[in-house]
Design a protein around this ligand. Structure first.
Ligand SMILES: NC(=O)C1=CN([C@@H]2O[C@H](COP(=O)(O)OP(=O)(O)OC[C@H]3O[C@@H](n4cnc5c(N)ncnc54)[C@H](O)[C@@H]3O)[C@@H](O)[C@H]2O)C=CC1
Ligand SMILES: O=C(CO)COP(=O)(O)O
Length: 330
C-alpha cells in the first residue's frame, strides 16, 4: 500500500489528513509549528487551525521534512506563497505530489504546478481542487473534487485508491492548468462577492457578479491553455458557487468586512489564517495584462486590497461601457 502524507497542517491539510485516515490507514502530516506537532500527536487536535475536529489516532505529525520526503504520495497544502520554499527545503521528493493549494505565486506569476515542477523535477504532479470547506471534509460530509493528473491516466490509476473515499469523490482530468486556474481565480471572485454582501447590494448583484466573474475565469483560462469544460466543473464553477455564497469562506468574509468599511491593511495584519485571494489578486492583474485578458472584477478586488473605497470601486465597475455579454473584451 502507498505511504501517504500531507505537507502543511493548516485547516485544509488537517482535514485532508483526517479524510485519508477515515479508512484506518496511517497518515503522516508535516506541521511547521512545533507545538502543533506535539498537540496532534498527544491530544489528536489542531487547536490552531481546525479546532472543531477530533483527529484520527492513525494521523501522526512530524516537523521533519525528510520524513515526508520518503513517502510515496504527498498532498501539498501549504499556502500558495510558501509552496516553493517548503518544497525547496525537502532533501528529496515523493514520486507523486498532489497540489491542494489555491493561488498564484506573487513576483514570479507561476501557478502551483510550475512552482512544484521547478522545486521537485523528478515528481509527477497532480492537482486536487473543488468545493471543499475544510470543516465539512473533516467530519466526513460528502463532496467531489477534480483530480487533474499531469502524469495522465497512469498517475490517476496510482492515486485514485489512495485518495478516493466513500464521501470524497475525485473525478479524473488531464487538465492541470484548468484545475489550478479555477481555484486561484475563484478566491479573488469570492472577495468581490463578500464586498457585495458587506455593502448590502442584494442577491441579484451577487449572482450577476458570479456569472461575470466566471466569464473572467474562462477568458483567463483560455489564454493560459485551460479547457473550458474543466472550468465548468468542480474545480471551477463548483468551487466558485461554494466560495461566493458563504461566510465560511475566508475570502468571502474578508470581502464582506471590506464592504462593511473595515480597512484592507487592518484586515491583513495579524491574520493567522490565509485568504489566498488577497495575495492572488495583484499577480492575477499583472498576468491578465500580460495576456491581454479583460478581468475588470479581479481589477476591482485588487484596487480594494490596495485600499480603494468599496463604493467608488463598485461605481466604477457599474459605469463601464455597455457591451455584448459574450464579448471577449469583458
Ligand atoms: N481551508 C479550506 O477550507 C481550504 C483551503 N484550501 C487551500 O489550502 C491552502 C492552505 O490553506 P489552509 O490549510 O486553509 O491554511 P490555514 O489558513 O488554515 O493555515 C495557515 C497555514 O499557513 C502556514 N504558514 C504560515 N506561514 C508559513 C510559512 N512562512 N511557510 C510555510 N507555511 C506557512 C501555517 O503553518 C498553516 O499551515 C491554501 O492555498 C487554501 O486556498 C483549499 C481548499 C479548502
Ligand atoms: O477553497 C475553499 C473551499 O473550496 C476554501 O475557501 P476559503 O479559502 O475562501 O475559505
Amino acid at each position: 500500500m502507498s505511504r501517504v502524507g500531507v505537507l502543511g497542517a493548516g485547516a485544509w491539510g488537517t482535514a485532508l489528513a483526517q479524510m485519508l485516515a477515515s479508512d484506518g490507514r496511517e497518515v503522516l502530516i508535516w506541521a511547521r509549528e512545533t507545538e502543533l506537532v506535539d498537540e496532534i500527536n498527544t491530544s489528536h487536535i489542531n487547536s490552531l487551525f481546525l479546532p472543531s475536529a477530533s483527529l484520527a489516532p492513525t494521523i501522526r505529525a512530524t516537523g521533519d521534512l525528510a520524513e515526508v520526503a520518503a513517502l510515496d504520495v504527498l498532498l501539498v497544502v501549504t499556502p500558495a506563497q510558501h509552496m516553493g520554499s517548503v518544497l525547496g527545503a525537502m532533501p528529496t521528493h515523493p514520486r507523486d505530489l498532489v497540489l491542494c493549494s489555491k493561488g498564484i505565486e506573487a513576483g514570479s506569476g507561476r501557478v502551483m504546478n510550475e512552482v512544484a515542477s521547478a522545486a521537485a523535477p523528478g515528481s509527477a504532479i497532480a492537482v486536487l481542487s473543488g468545493p471543499t470547506f475544510a470543516h465539512e471534509v473533516a467530519v466526513g460530509l460528502p463532496t467531489a473534487v477534480t483530480l487533474a493528473c499531469g502524469g495522465g491516466e497512469a498517475q490517476w490509476e496510482r492515486l485514485k485508491p489512495v485518495i478516493a473515499r466513500p464521501a470524497f469523490r475525485p473525478y479524473y482530468s488531464d487538465d492541470v492548468t484548468g484545475a489550478e486556474i479555477g481555484g486561484a481565480v475563484k478566491n479573488v471572485l469570492a472577495i468581490a462577492c463578500g464586498v457585495v454582501d458587506g455593502l448590502g447590494l442584494g442577491q441579484n448583484a451577487r449572482a450577476a457578479l458570479i456569472a461575470r466573474g466566471y466569464a473572467e475565469m474562462l477568458r483567463f483560462g483560455e489564454a493560459l491553455g485551460a479547457k473550458a469544460e474543466t472550468l465548468a466543473g468542480l474545480c471551477g464553477l463548483g468551487d466558485l458557487v461554494l466560495t461566493c455564497s458563504s461566510t465560511s469562506s475566508r475570502n468571502f468574509s474578508l470581502g464582506k468586512a471590506l464592504g462593511e468599511g473595515k480597512s484592507a491593511a487592518d484586515l491583513m495584519v495579524d491574520r493567522h489564517t490565509v485568504a489566498e485571494g488577497a495575495h492572488t489578486a495583484p499577480v492575477l492583474v499583472e498576468l491578465a495584462a500580460r495576456h491581454a485578458v479583460a478581468m475588470p472584477i479581479v481589477g476591482a478586488v485588487n484596487d480594494l486590497i490596495a485600499g480603494g473605497d468599496p463604493r467608488n470601486v463598485v461605481s466604477s465597475l457599474l459605469a463601464r461601457p455597455l457591451r455584448a455579454e459574450q464579448e471577449s473584451a469583458g
